[in-house]
Design a protein around this ligand. Structure first.
Ligand code: MSP
Length: 505
């Protein structure tokens, strides 16, 4: 399983929109690892193009200084968000340059790249050409609401027009190729309108990768950026590694769907490489109902939220409260409510209560004995329901899966009330039952720690330690470990509360 995020432009510092894609991908890759599958997670930064060259100039920096600085901000944020990427590609890496040149040369040798004169209207922030009729009144870019520029030069073109039928056939034969289905329909509609060849190089832009057969031209940013998914795993340099991981699952925002679901698969077909396994597109994360942007001054940096919610609270919120596909609205109040209800109360209090009782009534150790009353059976059923639901990650159904895991914690809380361990503790004849009850509760927490580990690796690890378990909660495969069995006799070590309550104010 090879999963990628888009490579982020280094003109912007990381905000919660970028982090959304990266956190989703991380939960997904951790899920696949937990399922015992071989998995590779790639993210990185997109560092070439006119936009970057101009931004550097404005700041009085060289392009290299600018990209080094912002790229490292991305790496720092990903590490504080516990992102477990296996690799980080920068389009300024030598390996990317060599791989991209090999890729282009193949397209050229196969006859799908040709020279022609280009004249068009170009939006620099989009790094894309526009047709007159797609502009807003006054000739403004529909995305950036600012004037486009007229460019005219000799360029190389990619024969995209040749691939419409092959793309439609591929989508038809692979219904999950574009996910969710509404996005697949959008892509099919777009292809059916007819695809046009497009320019892939620029004569005037110095901050890019030289075209191998004509060093006066450099590659055009989108085509060059897309190739990162191939160059990072060794395209043109290490075929063994490339074929080990290819084809990829690409996670993207809806804004860049066409590049990934139309242009990129066509480029791969032209190069004789199999298309990606899947393109999964999510919506926008809105702040106050609007898309985040520098000009709207509504960008939120992940750190601003992590200070209050911690890394686990952060990751949990975006997976639990934003469904993958439609736009989602971020609200501080919503995040506080979710944290207090699910993390501080349902899970945090449960853990605290159970560990406390084990210490009080059993000096920290409970023998491995399982009960068979009706309440035990109900709790076990909730645990197997939660295990089953985790498989929803394969369909990007993170929120449904988490809801089901929380049903297990809800069932464990109800089980405490039903069995009233404090009453059992007073009755020496019921000492055996008390052991069973505490054992079942520790089991619920152990299974829960495993099931939350893709989303909250840090909290899962802490809970594991508090249960007195050795090793890690994310040992694969979870289908063997996250089952109610017998809790080995262990000594719990109650530590700090997992999720201290957040007081609103
Ligand atoms: N560099 C290109 C991608 C090249 S991939 C070969 C690019 N970069 S970007 O930094 O502008 O945006 C990358 C991705 O960040 C978006 O597709 C999306 O996944 C994510 N998001 C950026 N803003 C977002 C929101 N407000 N909400 C959710 N995701 C958003 O495009």
């Amino acid at each position: 399983m090879y999963i990628t995020t888009p490579i982020y432009y280094v003109t912007d510092s990381p905000h919660i929109g970028h982090a959304y894609t990266t956190v989703v991908g991380d939960a997904l890759i951790r899920f696949y690892r937990l399922a015992g599958e071989d998995a590779w997670y790639l993210t990185g930064t997109d560092e070439h193009g006119l936009r970057i060259a101009r931004a550097a100039e404005e700041l009085g920096l060289t392009p290299q200084q600018l990209v080094d600085d912002v790229s490292s901000q991305y790496r720092d944020v990903w590490s504080s968000l516990e992102i477990s990427n296996d690799d980080f590609i920068r389009t300024t890496d030598e390996r990317h340059k060599r791989g991209a040149q090999a890729f282009l040369q193949t397209l050229y040798d196969n006859g799908d790249i040709y020279a022609a004169r280009y004249e068009g209207l170009y939006c620099v922030p989009c790094e894309d050409y526009y047709r007159e009729e797609d502009l807003l009144e006054g000739g403004l870019c529909p995305i950036h609401n600012r004037p486009v520029e007229r460019f005219s030069e000799d360029n190389y073109f990619f024969r995209l027009s040749k691939y419409g039928d092959a793309l439609l056939a591929h989508i038809e034969a692979n219904p999950d190729f574009v996910f969710p289905p509404t996005r697949r329909n959008e892509v099919v509609g777009f292809i059916k309108q007819g695809l046009e060849d497009f320019s892939i190089s620029r004569a005037s832009l110095a901050w890019g990768i030289p075209i191998p057969w004509d060093e006066k031209q450099v590659t055009y940013v989108w085509v060059e950026a897309l190739m990162n998914y191939a160059t990072a795993i060794g395209y043109g340099q290490d075929e063994g590694q490339f074929h080990k991981w290819w084809p990829a699952v690409h996670l993207v925002g809806k804004d860049i769907l066409r590049f990934h679901a139309v242009i990129w698969p066509a480029m791969l077909m032209a190069a004789g490489v199999e298309p990606p396994r899947q393109i999964a597109a999510h919506g926008w994360l809105l702040v106050g109902g609007e898309k985040m942007s520098k000009t709207a001054l509504n960008q939120i940096a992940p750190r601003q939220l992590m200070e209050t919610f911690g890394v686990d609270g952060y990751r949990y919120h975006f997976l639990r409260d934003v469904s993958f596909g439609p736009d989602g609205n971020f609200s501080w109040e919503g995040m506080v409510d979710r944290y207090n209800a699910d993390l501080a109360n349902d899970l945090g209090n449960l853990a605290n209560r159970v560990l406390n009782m084990v210490e009080r009534y059993r000096a920290g150790s409970v023998p491995a004995v399982a009960g068979s009353e009706e309440s035990d059976q109900k709790l076990r059923a909730a645990a197997s329901g939660a295990l089953e639901a985790l498989g929803g990650f394969r369909r990007f159904a993170f929120n449904d899966a988490l809801l089901e895991v929380w049903r297990l914690f809800g069932a464990a809380n109800a089980y405490v009330e039903e069995n009233a361990p404090w009453a059992l503790a007073k009755d020496p004849d019921r000492a055996g039952r008390l052991d069973e009850v505490l054992n079942a509760l520790l089991e619920s927490l152990r299974v829960g720690a495993i099931l939350i580990s893709p989303v909250m690796p840090n909290a899962a690890g802490r809970l594991w330690g508090q249960l007195g378990l050795e090793g890690r909660p994310d040992t694969a495969p979870y289908t063997k470990t996250a089952v109610f069995g017998v809790f080995p006799e262990l000594t719990v070590r109650r530590g700090d509360p997992l999720f201290p309550r957040i007081e609103e104010g």
